[in-house]
Write a protein that binds this ligand. Structure first.
Ligand code: NAD
Length: 390
């Protein structure tokens, strides 16, 4: 089967890389960027540092600092008004996204809405948006989504709470800056949620029916970096080596899933996020052990490779013990990182029960479950939601 590989044109990594934004903009031909970020980035002083680098590069810029976590189309429309206003009487010709996946996804949505107009629902899957959009330079401050290297954006439709998956070349950033200094301020909870998101990307990309030799290497490298460093960064946020490993690992995970797709965990996770406002990484973490256990019989060797890459068993271990070690580790990780159950998160049991069929329909409609090694029916997804509740 032919595979298509899509990557950012430039990735600059390492401590202090943020300071090189002026050079990157020049290389990408962007002269008037709009910064897309959130209030936390302003209060941490990161926006001031970015603005200083743009001033030093003599680049006029604008600022939208009101992206919301798990962005809805409403907040994207507010940003669109600023984008359309331009700067110094000229249109913006690019976007610099500074923040977690929410800020980066907002910028990617603007990259398409700016030149092409319409509503985000016009661009959701199954449509593939390959038309050229505005160039996005992504500077992730969480080590999780890998959005800086994916051709994906996720925006919630405020009319029906659907987390819309939008895909295509238009959503691939032209460049990314991976500066681990920006991630040391992450609180332990966000470190855990985003780190498990990145691990889930790597595992799902590796077991995906669309995996290729290229995505396999990225996925395995991501697992090797994330598995030994997630607990370290969770317990000691100042651990610079662990922070850097997680940031690079998350980017590898993004490249892996952007080219191989995610699978059932992500399909089931998006509706939980949309209906119950559970942060994306946390809903993935709630689902990962149960969905992995359900899926292993369809791809035991692939899941065993994940256990080996994560360093849970040595390379000579058989598939069965490797898969037991994998399930054991996913459960222990959730417990050590304080991942709550849906009821522990405060979700109302009656509403969960009532919404399961709709969540299952939305999960299937996203297309992600069809990439899973074991493809579920609606009823099987409902059963899995029941199991995760228990
Ligand atoms: P986020 O961007 O929502 O950030 C979570 C919280 O952490 C926010 O309050 C933010 O202000 C704060 N934060 C971010 N960086 C910080 C830092 N360095 N220090 C202190 N606080 C910081 O979280 P996320 O998990 O990165 O992104 C989630 C979004 O990304 C969801 O909407 C999800 O659906 C989407 N997503 C997109 C892709 C993709 O490929 N486009 C992939 C997976 C998930």
């Amino acid at each position: 089967m032919p595979h298509s590989l899509v990557l950012p044109r430039l990735i600059r990594t390492g401590s202090g890389a943020l300071g090189e934004i002026g050079q990157l903009l020049a290389l990408c031909g962007v002269t008037r960027p709009l910064i897309v970020t959130d209030p936390t980035m302003v209060s941490l002083g990161y926006v001031t540092r970015l603005e200083a680098a743009l001033v030093a590069a003599d680049s006029p810029f604008g600022l939208f600092a009101d992206t919301e976590p798990e962005p809805t189309e409403t907040s994207v429309i507010a940003a669109e008004a600023i984008l359309n206003a331009g700067v110094d009487g000229a249109p913006f010709d690019g976007l610099v996204a500074l923040g977690g996946g929410s800020a980066i996804d907002t910028a990617k949505a603007l990259a398409v809405l700016g030149p092409h107009g319409g509503r985000m629902r016009d661009y959701k899957v199954p449509r593939i948006v390959d038309e050229p959009g505005l160039p996005v330079i992504a500077i992730p401050t969480t080590a999780g989504t890998g959005s800086e290297a994916t051709r994906v954006t996720v925006i919630t439709d405020p009319d029906n709470d659907e987390k819309m998956l939008c895909m295509g070349l238009a959503f691939m950033p032209v460049a990314a800056i991976l500066d681990p200094d920006l991630t040391v301020s992450l609180p332990p909870r966000v470190t855990a949620d985003t780190g498990i998101d990145a691990l889930t990307h790597a595992i799902e990309a590796y077991v995906s029916r669309k995996a290729s030799p290229f995505s396999d290497q990225q996925a395995l490298a991501a697992m090797r970096l994330i598995a030994p460093n997630l607990r370290r960064a969770f317990h000691d946020g100042q651990d610079a080596a662990a922070r850097e490993a997680l940031l690079v690992g998350a980017c590898f995970g993004g490249i892996a899933f952007s080219n191989a797709s995610v699978a059932l965990v992500h399909g089931m996770s998006r509706p939980i996020g949309a209906f119950f406002h559970v942060p994306h990484g946390l809903s993935n973490a709630m689902l990962l052990p149960a969905v992995t256990a359900w899926s292993i019989p369809a791809a035991p060797r692939r899941y065993a490779d994940c256990a080996r890459a994560m360093g849970l068993v040595d390379d000579r271990a058989g598939d069965d013990p490797a898969n037991e070690a994998l399930l054991d580790e996913l459960r222990r990780l959730n417990s050590e990182l304080g991942v709550p159950t849906p009821s522990g998160f405060g979700i109302d049991p009656a509403r969960w029960r009532q919404l399961r069929p709709l969540m299952a329909e939305q999960a299937l409609a996203s297309g992600s479950p069809a990439n899973n090694p074991r493809i579920p029916t609606v009823d099987e997804i409902i059963d899995l939601y029941d199991e995760v509740w228990r």
